[in-house]
Design a protein around this ligand. Structure first.
Ligand SMILES: NC(=O)c1ccc[n+]([C@@H]2O[C@H](COP(=O)([O-])OP(=O)(O)OC[C@H]3O[C@@H](n4cnc5c(N)ncnc54)[C@H](O)[C@@H]3O)[C@@H](O)[C@H]2O)c1
Length: 251
């Protein structure tokens, strides 16, 4: 028996990167995965990879910042399964730049994807998650939620909001038997970090700050996600699991 046998999981932003790795691992563990992304083509490509490997997946174009997209997703999952067991709020964007030069438009986009998207999905999927025997919401935050790194103040503010929302919702949703937990990744090699990690100096600095001596890969996050999605974490809610090769534990 696989660890997520029979579970219905929604993973936002799962066309590429961390979300894709989580979607593929969930499917390998027996879940039916709703692969959703702003980019419908990458969502479909991930779903095809899952089906080719013998798993179950449905792709859907969902922009988490658009209420109508989220409503359509909830309706589609309700009509296909009448419940959801797991929601992974993974979709996120990074805007680099000092606060003094950040435009209103950049902040609006950052917050509407990284904060409003998590809030909206967590609210609108509750009726589906309540029907699960053990509903689970997994929010992807960042170790940067608790520290400062130039020039990421605005981005880190959005991740701090996700961490705070996780705690608040854990308390609110406990009575519905829905757990809410956070995974806080360190530096992971994906499209978001690609540009910065191309700079040899930046890469060296970050690797040097990581006791395990390397940056992470999307697959490094999947074990933590399976733990929170599975019944192994039935008594965990409001918790944060750091997956960063020891970076935040070191000085
Ligand atoms: N890569 C890292 O080092 C790192 C570290 C800490 C936290 N995170 C977080 O992990 C999550 C995934 O990041 P990643 O590194 O895989 O990034 P990525 O850029 O590789 O993938 C992000 C995915 O989200 C999708 N997306 C963006 N905006 C969306 C929207 N409005 N609606 C739906 N989908 C949308 C993109 O199309 C893309 O498929 C993000 O929340 C990010 O903040 C990443």
């Amino acid at each position: 028996m696989q660890r997520l046998d029979g579970k219905i999981a929604i993973v936002t932003g799962s066309g590429i990167g961390i979300g894709q790795a989580i979607a593929m691992r969930f499917a390998a563990e027996g879940a039916h995965v709703w692969v959703t992304d702003l980019n419908g083509e990458t969502a479909e490509a991930t779903a095809q990879l899952i089906r080719k490997a013998g798993g179950k997946a449905t792709a859907m174009l969902v922009d988490v910042s658009k209420g109508q997209d989220v409503t359509a997703l909830v309706r589609a999952v309700a009509s296909a399964h009448d419940r959801a067991d797991v929601l992974v709020n993974n979709a996120g964007i990074l805007v680099r730049g000092e606060l003094r030069t950040l435009t209103d438009a950049e902040w609006t986009r950052l917050s509407e994807v990284n904060i409003d998207g998590v809030l909206r999905l967590s609210r609108d999927c509750l009726p589906l998650l309540r029907k699960s025997a053990a509903g689970s919401i997994i929010n992807i935050s960042s170790i940067m939620a608790n520290r400062g790194l130039r020039p990421l103040a605005a981005y880190t503010a959005t991740k701090g909001a996700v961490t705070a929302l996780t705690r608040g919702l854990a308390v609110e949703y406990a009575s519905f038997n829905v757990r809410v937990n956070t995974i806080a990744p360190g530096y992971i090699e994906t499209a978001i970090t690609e540009r910065m990690l191309k700079l040899p100096q930046a890469r060296k600095l970050l690797v040097d700050k990581t006791p395990m001596g390397r940056l992470g890969f999307p697959e490094d996050l999947t074990g933590a996600a399976v733990f929170f999605a599975s019944d192994d974490s039935l008594y965990c809610t409001g918790s944060e699991l750091v997956v960063d090769g020891g970076m935040s534990a070191s000085l």
